[in-house]
Design a protein around this ligand. Structure first.
Ligand SMILES: [Zn+2]
Length: 76
């Protein structure tokens, strides 16, 4: 079991949706098994998961399951 770097809380693997920024495009990958701190919610991506997210975005960028519209705002 891994301990959270920030709060020393316990972490567990949960399947969550991950927002992944690639250049000026935003990708959402569903059901990614990510290690999450159950106390503060910090997410930890293993090297294996990061690599697979990378590959997914590169290989399937032109063939997504679904496309979401993302509103963009300026702070001021
Ligand atoms: Zn934590």
């Amino acid at each position: 079991m891994f301990k959270c770097y920030f709060c020393q809380g316990k972490t567990e693997i949960k399947n969550v949706d991950v927002d992944f920024r690639w250049g000026n495009k935003l990708f959402v990958i569903q059901d990614v098994p990510v290690e999450i701190c159950i106390q503060c919610g910090e997410r930890y991506y293993s090297a294996e998961v990061s690599k697979k997210l990378d590959d997914l975005v590169k290989n399937k960028a032109k063939n997504p399951l679904n496309t979401l519209e993302v509103p963009v705002f300026n702070w001021q």
